[in-house]
Design a protein around this ligand. Structure first.
Ligand code: SF4
Length: 59
């Protein structure tokens, strides 16, 4: 993955953090991609699938 981001649809449910805490963190109203996170982590796609509002994107 070259880029991973969370859009404003995020409802802060925490699912992505549960699936992939190495990459995602919950801070305030939105989940975020941790600084310096390994974007090759294979659970990023799982986290995106687990997101109930499809707020996780990657390319
Ligand atoms: S799973 Fe989706 S809605 Fe839930 S905290 Fe993560 S990005 Fe936000």
């Amino acid at each position: 993955m070259k880029k991973v981001w969370v859009d404003e649809e995020c409802i802060a449910c925490g699912a992505c953090v549960e699936v992939c805490p190495e990459v995602f963190k919950l801070e305030g109203e939105f989940a975020e991609v941790k600084e310096g996170a390994d974007l090759a982590n294979e659970r990023i796609t799982e986290a995106a699938e687990a997101c109930p509002v499809q707020a996780i994107h990657y390319e």
